[in-house]
Design a protein around this ligand. Sequence first.
Ligand SMILES: [Zn+2]
Length: 124
Amino acid sequence: MTFCTAINCLDGRTQEPVVAYLKNHFKVKYVDMITEAGPVQYLADDPSGQIANSILERTELTIVRHNVVNVAIVAHYNCLGNPVCEKTQKRQLTHARDFLKKKFPKQNIQNFWVDSDWQLNIIE
Ligand SMILES: [Zn+2]
């Protein structure tokens, strides 16, 4: 597997930690990055909306064209685009994963929280 996919915030502080962690975690060479300002809020709270649809289309593209098996959904500390508490973001992560799992049942979808030290934590 050469590629995995990350649905991540557009926040520049999260990009390098997410790429570095996921390359090692999923043993892939490249991370296809799909960014929005706080993407979990759209997947969890407006799954039939335009932004969620765009995320789905891009995710599908990476699955079809890059044979992606592993998809990461990322939320993070101090998110400007989704300024809700950590507990709410983690709830959104769970809903986002449930939603994506229905769309892409063959893929392995994992949730990650980027903490105040910019370290990734797996969320079960
Ligand atoms: Zn953010």
